[in-house]
Design a protein around this ligand. Structure first.
Ligand SMILES: Cc1cc2nc3c(=O)[nH]c(=O)nc-3n(C[C@H](O)[C@H](O)[C@H](O)COP(=O)(O)OP(=O)(O)OC[C@H]3O[C@@H](n4cnc5c(N)ncnc54)[C@H](O)[C@@H]3O)c2cc1C
Length: 316
């Protein structure tokens, strides 16, 4: 009989972990308070980001694994993942990015061709995820693999002992509560979705935290990054600020109709927590949370390590 695993959380981290565990022969159940699209993962932009936001020593390996998986997904039937060209710009000169040879396209922009006010930049081709569509795809893939989803709120992971001997904790920012991890904090984000089919390339200015992401369901404008802010309401001043910065980068945005606005809480932490914890003699938890602003970028790589840890637990 296959080993049972309970995954807490149905965001991008929980779903990718659950799917990879399933593919390695585990019998997986997801327990979750919220279902897509009512979670942080549905709010994200979301593009594969190779920058140095994460501090974990495995970040490049995790990002590379995810990149390869997104490129594979983008080349098949549409599941919410496409590749787009993105112009990345910088206020001062930067080194070549570590991932440039992994991408389908990379080209340095000559200084004379940079937008006014920037000192450096490059064109990259990267995966962008239409998050609501992609999360539905992951849910269906998980269910078709025999997975069960139970909608239930837990207040403490201890509640799951002893019925659930192997738990994977993918509770995002709420790990602060269910795993009592005071090092987890919210980083509030807000994005605007507009209709602008003429925008077919992406733009990112890391220094100004300003991005424009074309997707099949609209164009996502961002961003906002507010540490320790738990507010899930849309803030009108934040919207004005996002529009001002994005219009400065691409003036034609000013006439585009707004379709929707979204708020989400990134699970901030000084580094991702991906490790085993022996809760009791008969219960092991694998924590997989704290991915901050790059959960999509790290998801498939982290899921691969979850499988390794789960196999260690079951073979020891
Ligand atoms: C505006 C914005 C833009 C972003 N852009 C990008 C991007 O471009 N690229 C990128 O890589 N990342 C991006 N991110 C970051 C990314 O969205 C997150 O890192 C990722 O979604 C975190 O996923 P998660 O599954 O850990 O958390 P979540 O999606 O929050 O899922 C947590 C899960 O845990 C469950 N849960 C929580 N508490 C309980 C409980 N008590 N009982 C039961 N279940 C519980 C929830 O119901 C939910 O299912 C962005 C985020 C935001 C907000």
């Amino acid at each position: 009989m296959s080993q049972s695993v309970t995954v807490v959380g149905c965001g991008v981290i929980g779903l990718t972990s659950a799917i990879r565990l399933q593919e390695h022969g585990f019998n997986v159940t997801i327990i979750t308070r919220d279902l897509p699209p009512n979670l942080t993962s549905a709010v994200a932009g979301a593009y594969w980001y190779g920058g140095e936001l994460a501090t974990h020593s495995s970040r490049h390996r995790w990002s590379s694994i995810s990149l390869a998986e997104y490129l594979r997904l983008a080349s098949g039937d549409y599941c919410g993942v496409s590749t787009f060209r993105m112009l990345e710009v910088f206020g001062s000169p930067v080194d070549e990015p570590w991932y440039k040879d992994l991408l389908p396209f990379y080209a340095r922009v000559p200084r004379s061709q940079l937008p006014v006010g920037y000192a450096d930049g490059y064109w990259i081709e990267i995966p962008i995820v239409e998050t609501p569509h992609y999360l539905n795809y992951l849910v269906e893939r998980f269910k078709q693999g025999g997975g069960q989803i139970q909608q239930r709120t837990i207040t403490d992971l201890q509640e799951l002992v002893p019925e659930h001997p192997l738990i994977v904790n993918c509770s995002g920012v709420y790990a602060r509560h269910v795993a009592h991890d005071a090092q987890v904090y919210p980083v509030r984000g807000q994005v605007i979705k507009i209709t602008a089919p003429h925008i077919t390339t992406a733009f990112n200015d890391d220094d100004a935290f300003t991005y424009i992401l074309p997707r099949k369901d609209g164009v996502i404008l961002g961003g906002i990054s507010q540490k320790d802010n738990w507010n899930l309401e849309i803030n009108a001043e934040d919207s004005v600020d996002i529009l001002r910065r994005c219009e400065a980068a691409q003036p034609e945005i000013s006439s585009a109709p707004i379709i929707a606005e979204f708020v989400g809480l990134r699970p901030g932490r000084h580094e991702v927590r991906l490790e085993r914890e022996q809760l009791t003699e008969d219960c092991t938890i694998i924590h997989n949370y704290g991915h901050g602003g790059i959960g999509y970028t790290l998801s498939w790589g982290c899921a691969a390590d979850v499988v390794i840890l789960a196999e260690q637990v079951t073979t020891q």
